[in-house]
Design a protein around this ligand. Structure first.
Ligand code: TMP
Length: 392
């Protein structure tokens, strides 16, 4: 049974950065539910993939040093620990992970043609397609079974999880390993980071939910790692149940126990989260109102999809935030989805004489603080909403 716990209001497509601001940009109700049986947390309104992931998709994984380092570390681990004929990456984006591997051994799957073209041009086999059963059949026919399948921050974007795992099961070799990583529901709850929810993030996974979803396909988690990326993520190592050569590590039981102890199997935890999200909105607005009454100049840093959720939920516009800075070329000179706030290509000059910076990319706080030592040393301050609204 699906139980509702949070309404984030009318939200535009989180990555729809318009060149010209328009109030008429399509908006959809963002409601969040908890499934009492599967323990899966999901949004109710499903936008067709073709509308969200297309030839102008702006998000590039390689924009952050943190992500590049994380992928490099993982590639070293894969090379050391897992024998593989091929590595198939579902959602290969601009190649931040596959760049670390030999071109002959990697297959990328990427539905956004602007991104698929980047890896294709470098000589990587890239299927410019959505991950589904039909594609899995095509790849299997051409490359046989795959020993290692990887997917980061992608499976939570695909509505039909049964099709996702049925397709993986079809193509994963008998002794193959599937590695997936996505934002952790436990971290999201702990930090009241309600902004992890937007139309692309159809699900926020817990280990409890992943275990339930994959068991239908005779898949099981054999190891799990907590990562600091994307505000706290989990990396799940998965195998076929019939493969007894890999032992299940204690980390799996530990994570399941931790999630149960923290109430992730109970609706009341989510109800409280819903209340805390409203409180977070109230307190963030209090900070903005106070600073604006004091005539402070505020800008935003990191025009993330998460920031779209916050600004639209809290109804913060250009009366509060003069502009955003972001390093992504495809976001610059465009507007924050749903809000009349312009995004400029990051340059240090844009931070001059700014009193406060709202941290849209709070998940890269350390990377950003390292970069902005000068701004901070001159008395510049940041505003964040995680784990609760405050000035840093
Ligand atoms: P994400 O949280 O969805 O990964 O998006 C991060 C956004 O923040 C992306 O648009 C790039 C931007 N960004 C900067 O502008 N400067 C930075 O130093 C970092 C790390 C990210």
């Amino acid at each position: 049974m699906n139980k509702h716990f949070l309404n984030l209001g009318l939200q535009p497509l989180a990555n729809n950065y318009l060149r010209k601001f328009s109030q008429n940009q399509p908006r959809y109700n963002l409601n969040i539910f908890f499934n009492t049986k599967t323990k899966l947390v999901s949004i109710s309104k499903r936008i067709p993939s073709k509308i969200m992931f297309h030839k102008n998709y702006p998000y590039k994984s390689s924009m952050s040093k943190t992500m590049i380092q994380s992928f490099f570390k993982l590639s070293k681990e894969i090379k050391k620990k897992f024998k593989h004929n091929y590595i198939l990456e579902i959602g290969s984006n601009d190649g931040a992970l596959i760049n670390n591997f030999n071109k002959k051994n990697v297959i990328g799957v990427e539905p956004c043609s602007n991104l698929a073209l980047i890896t294709k041009k470098k000589g990587y086999i890239t299927f410019n397609k959505y991950w589904d059963f039909k594609l899995a059949q095509i790849i299997k026919k051409k490359y046989k079974n795959i020993d290692l399948i990887y997917s980061a921050n992608t499976l939570t974007h695909i509505s039909d999880l049964n099709d996702v795992f049925k397709s993986i099961d079809l193509i994963l070799s008998k002794n193959g390993v599937l590695i997936i990583e996505d934002p952790s529901l436990q971290e999201c709850i702990k930090k009241t980071s309600y902004d992890q929810f937007y139309n692309e993030h159809i699900y926020i996974f817990s280990c409890l939910a992943v275990k339930n979803i994959i068991k239908k396909f005779d898949l099981e988690i054999f190891d799990i790692k907590n990562l600091s990326t994307h505000g706290g993520s989990l990396r799940y190592y998965i195998k076929k149940k019939a493969n007894k050569s890999i032992k299940i590590k204690p980390s799996v039981k530990k994570q399941l126990k931790k999630e149960t102890r923290n109430g992730l199997a109970n609706f009341k935890t989510y109800k409280k989260f819903g209340y805390l999200a409203q409180k977070s909105k109230h307190n963030l607005l209090k900070i903005f109102n106070k600073l604006k009454n004091d005539n402070k100049k505020i800008i935003g840093y990191g025009a993330t999809a998460k920031a779209t959720t916050i600004l639209n939920y809290c109804d913060l516009d250009n009366q509060f935030i003069d502009y955003f800075v972001d390093t992504t070329p495809d976001k610059s000179n465009r507007f924050i989805p749903g809000k009349n706030i312009k995004i400029f290509k990051y340059s240090k000059k844009l931070l001059k004489n700014i009193d406060y910076i709202f941290l849209g990319a709070w998940n890269f706080k350390q990377e950003i603080f390292n970069k902005e030592k000068k701004y901070l040393s001159k008395g510049g301050k940041f505003i964040t909403h995680v784990p609760y609204p405050k000035i840093i």
